[in-house]
Design a protein around this ligand. Sequence first.
Ligand SMILES: NC(=O)C1=CN([C@@H]2O[C@H](COP(=O)(O)OP(=O)(O)OC[C@H]3O[C@@H](n4cnc5c(N)ncnc54)[C@H](O)[C@@H]3O)[C@@H](O)[C@H]2O)[C@@H](O)CC1
Ligand SMILES: [K+]
Length: 482
Amino acid sequence: MENIFETNVLDSNEAKVMDKLTIESGIMEETLMEQAAFAIADVASSFSPKKILCVAGTGNNGGDCIAAGRILHNKGYNVEIYIYGKNQSNGFKKQLLIAENYGLKIKYNKDFSDEYDLIIDGLIGIGLNGEVRSSIKTVIEKINSSNAKVISEDIPSGISSDTGEVMGDAVHADITITFGNLKIGQILYPGREFSGKLKIAELSFKKFISNRKIITPDIIKVPNRKKDSHKYDYGNVLILAGSSKYPGAPILTALGAQRIGAGLVTLITPGDSSKILSFEPSIIYSSLNKNNFEKNDLKKLNDEIERANVIILGPGMTEDSIEFVVELIKKQGRTKNIVLDAESIQAIKEFESLSENILITPHVGEMKKIFKNLKNNIFELERFSKQKKCIIMLKSSITTITDGEKTFFNLLGSSSLSKGGSGDLLSGIVGGLIAQGLDTINACITGSYIMYKTAKELSNEYTEYFITPKLISENLYIGFKL
Ligand SMILES: NC(=O)C1=CN([C@@H]2O[C@H](COP(=O)(O)OP(=O)(O)OC[C@H]3O[C@@H](n4cnc5c(N)ncnc54)[C@H](O)[C@@H]3O)[C@@H](O)[C@H]2O)[C@@H](O)CC1
Ligand SMILES: [K+]
């Protein structure tokens, strides 16, 4: 991604509000369109194309496309404009008239040939209103089967700007030039893939602050370390995790909490995870010598729970430990910071609402188990978070963090993280940051950034095949270099 000077991510409604506020402030729509068109024409020229095809719909996205065609024609490029659709917006009509006055060749609803080396896709932008109609689908297929390079204006036609879904069919762009701010549909898959390289063209929009942002280094908050300090200054993490079946997962969680800087890390497992001591002897470890956690273990663990300022539950647990988790949430859920990962997340089904000191860190499969109808939809995730009153970090190729009001996207994910154990490590890292005093949202932002950045940097050297969660934990210092 290039030119990311702005971290806001807008939905289509916000993009329309931003347009409206700008126009009400005195900037004319024609001015914005001309700026958009110049940005497109600049990128188009960089391809040194021999023959350019502008494929325009009849909305303002089409208007931008015709204007870009006219600018390129004026620069001396060989340009043809094909128009598809019926209901013409005012912006479109104005651009059409200007293009005709400038002597451009324009064709309506006709099939185009294969002679172009550059196509500008201005069929549909943020005004897409459902599944793409079949007449436009045919045009999209034609664009995708051509050998020409493709520039999409604002968003590839056919991608929902609110969800990133392909609405029937969508243009596969080499470059997408979006206006003012990123849109949700360009950063979530599959929209991100269809967008190709993303560029933001800064038009004269009125500044618009969205509650959704991508995570960039400037919002990372690494906890301070004082010269005059002791271990109690950096928090006490208690990890209750594992089972006789999965003894390895909690080891990674403990390593994550330790390597991110927590003062004290205590790991208590039902089964035998004592190997942690050979990896990191400074971790306080004990085993309950049984298969799973049970409700009545809470009493035994009372002192450790009281001492902790964050409790991480879940990695390596089986569903036999769920009753224990439910009971712990009932007793401590309003006072302690709790991170629910892996199987322990299922415990929240037992609660109508939780509290904002509870974080759940599901991957998509785990999220669907607690929220059956979840689609690729940020609005639904935000609603769920608000309704359950808990913070969610949904781990996927794009990791999404939300408290229902504010939402953050981590775009640094790579296939080096698509491995068992990555989530276990992340819950430890995030818990370790909460222990050091970061609020939960900032711990998720910073923790996921540091871990994903480390994985990315390591992958550059060792490939995405080779990286393991343990290797990431051992090299976590890399991600601190912002
Ligand atoms: N209003 C403004 O101030 C600005 C708008 N801009 C451009 O305007 C775009 C938004 O313009 P509009 O609101 O006119 O909408 P669009 O032009 O994005 O979409 C409307 C067009 O798409 C067609 N369409 C919608 N849904 C369809 C479907 N399901 N199947 C087939 N065709 C469908 C409509 O028939 C219409 O022709 C932005 O994406 C951006 O490119 C830019 O010029 C910047 C300034
Ligand atoms: K488009």
